[in-house]
Ligand binder design. Structure first.
Ligand code: ZN
Length: 76
């Protein structure tokens, strides 16, 4: 499954399927009732713009992880 990532250095987005999900703690809900995934997503390849291996909070990524957190077909 490809995800869209944004390079924090270049401010540009790219797609990658070379990532791993780490520190997965399921879906959490904040005080306002918004659901998000508590996990980190680490790129397994250097960023195409700056060459670093970024990692992100899953909650900061655009769908489809966000969609999964909303319950649109999440099976975990
Ligand atoms: Zn980058």
């Amino acid at each position: 499954m490809e995800l869209v990532f944004v390079c924090p250095q270049a401010g540009r987005s790219f797609c990658s399927a070379d990532y791993e999900i780490d520190e997965f703690r399921g879906v959490i809900e904040d005080a306002a009732g918004r659901k998000s995934l508590a996990a980190r997503v680490r790129l397994q390849r250097p960023c195409p713009f700056c060459g670093e291996r970024h990692d992100y909070r899953a909650a900061d990524l655009p769908c489809p992880l966000a969609a999964a957190a909303r319950g649109d077909g999440a099976s975990a």
